[in-house]
Design a binder for this molecule. Structure first.
Ligand code: GRG
Length: 294
């Protein structure tokens, strides 16, 4: 059984919890509609599933990890809404349907993103208040760091700058991948691990796996921008080249980009040695990323 099949129950748990959180969010109807439009548009739920799975893998209580998992998905969804805005990547489609601003207008899309981001922090603070432990505080902190000014937002700002930079190189690209994409994936793993009371060695190993798997995820996203299809990816493809995006393909060509993706998948697998056979599904997740279509 692969990672996706083995974590089906977690995905269902996350869908149900997201619905509950949205039902009691207290937002005016038009704001709630715009937030829900993107949140419930059928994303893969990779990050929240990673939180629950990691917590389970380390013997923790998955229910306690659920608020952090939902917060991660809300923050991820906000980033996609804002990323699609005309002032950012200007995308008309996301998750297989018109982007948030195409349906609700730019101002409401900005506010839907703001709403998801701030509600995510409210959900985490409520969870910490109900479970005042160092592990809960560390889980919320890991999510804050992954999403923030030294994480995802930092990656996005350098990604945008690279479009007009004179000669962006591989160091810029590594920074973008590590922050724009891998930081949230690493945060998802660490949040689950903290709730399970992971050891320093386990946290270190999961951090390394998150960095490698996150970079791999972005590399395959870039490969699929060239070789994927709308059905799988749910967004307009072929934009990286059109917009002069910095990717391994733009730097080295497709063959070399695929070779590097293979190498980083191996690095992700190697990072899991400390968990022995317990991390088999995380190894499978990294290896299957090389052939993903969505
Ligand atoms: C701070 C104004 C402001 C905006 C934030 C940080 C940011 C904008 C955007 C970066 C987010 C971004 C687009 C990261 C790329 C990572 C990536 C490959 C996203 C797609 O993730 P999937 O494939 O998507 O998991 P689904 O739809 O399945 O959840």
């Amino acid at each position: 059984m692969g990672f996706a099949e083995a974590t089906k129950d977690y995905r269902e748990k996350i869908e149900a919890a997201l619905s509950c959180y949205m039902a009691s969010c207290g937002a005016p109807e038009q704001l709630k509609d715009a937030m829900e439009y993107s949140l419930k548009a059928g994303g893969k739920r990779l990050r929240p599933v990673l939180t629950l799975y990691t917590c389970h893998m380390l013997g923790g209580d998955v229910e306690r990890a659920l608020p952090y998992a939902c917060a991660l998905e809300m923050i991820h969804t906000y980033s996609l809404i804002h990323d699609d805005l005309p002032c950012m990547d200007d995308d008309d489609f996301r998750r297989g349907r018109p982007s948030n601003h195409k349906v609700f207008g730019e101002a409401n899309a900005v506010l839907a993103g703001d709403g998801l981001l701030s509600y995510a922090f409210q959900i985490m603070l409520d969870a910490v208040k109900a479970d005042l432990t160092e592990n809960a505080i560390n889980a919320a902190r890991a999510v804050s760091i992954g999403a923030g000014v030294s994480g995802m937002v930092a990656g996005q700002v350098i990604d945008l700058a690279s479009e007009t930079a004179e000669n962006p190189g591989v160091d810029d690209l590594r920074f973008i991948q590590a922050n724009k994409t891998a930081a949230m994936i690493k945060a998802a793993l660490l949040a689950g691990a903290y709730i399970a009371g992971a050891s320093e060695a386990q946290l270190e190993a999961l951090g390394q796996y998150g960095e490698a798997y996150g970079a791999l995820f972005q590399m395959t996203d870039d490969i699929l921008d060239v070789e994927g299809d709308f059905e799988g990816m749910g967004k307009t493809l072929g934009k990286d080249q059109a917009e002069n995006k910095l990717t391994y393909i733009s730097l080295y060509g497709m063959d070399k980009a695929k070779e590097l993706a293979y190498q980083i998948a191996q690095k992700a697998v190697d990072a899991l040695a400390v968990f022995e056979e317990r991390a088999e599904l995380l190894r499978e997740l990294a290896q299957s990323c090389l052939s993903r279509r969505s």
